[in-house]
Ligand binder design. Sequence first.
Ligand code: ITT
Length: 200
Amino acid sequence: MELLRKEILLATNNAHKLKEYRQILAPMGYIIVSPKDLGIVSDPEETGNTYRENAYLKALSFARKTHRPVIADDSGLEVNSLLRFPGVHSSRFGESFSSYEEAQQALIRMVKATPSSRARFICTICYLEKEDAKPLFFEGTCEGKIASECIGKNGFGYDPIFISDSGLPFGLAKEEEKNAISHRHNAITKLAVFLSISNN
Ligand code: ITT
C-alpha cells in the first residue's frame, strides 16, 4: 500500500487516545493509523522519568518496527498540592488499583487532605520522522481542578475527577467538548501547525 502524504501512525495501545486523535486530526485531513491497523504489537516499558522520554521510547519502538513517521503521546494528571503527582506515573498509579474508579477515589481522598485541588492534564507528543531522526516534541496542557467526587463516566482515566477552568467536568463532557479544550487538543494543534509548514 502506498503511504498517503497525510497518514501518520499513532504509537499507542490506548483506544481512547486513538479516538481522540482521529476526531481532532480528521478535519485537518490527517488519517491516523493505529498499530492494530498494521498488525503490529509493541508495548515498550515506560522507564523514562519525563513525559518526553516516555513519548520518545514509544515512538522509537514503533518507528523501528514500521519505518514510518510516528507520533506517540505520553500524558498525565498533575495535582499542584501533591507536588505534581501522579504526573508521569499517572498510568502506573491508575493500574496499581483493581479499577480506575478506585484510583479516582484514592486521588480525591489524597487531594482532600491538602489545601488546594488545583490540577492540570499534560500531553507531550513525540514526532519521529524516522527511527534515526531527531525527535520533535509538542506539549499541551489543560488547567483545572480535582472534583470533590466523581462526576459522570465519560472519557477515560481520570476524566471523571477533573473539572477544567472553563467549568467542564470531563466525566460529563461529550467527546467534541473535551476535544475542543483538552491538553491533547492543545498539543495536537501545535503538531498540526508544524506538519502543515513542513509539508509545504
Ligand atoms: P499508551 O502508552 O499506549 O499511549 P497509556 O494509557 O499507557 O497508553 P500513558 O502512558 O500516556 O498512556 O498514560 C497516561 C495516563 O494518564 C492514562 O492511562 C490515563 O490514566 C491518564 N490520562 C492521560 N490523558 C488523559 C485524559 O485525556 N483523560 C483522562 N486521563 C488521562
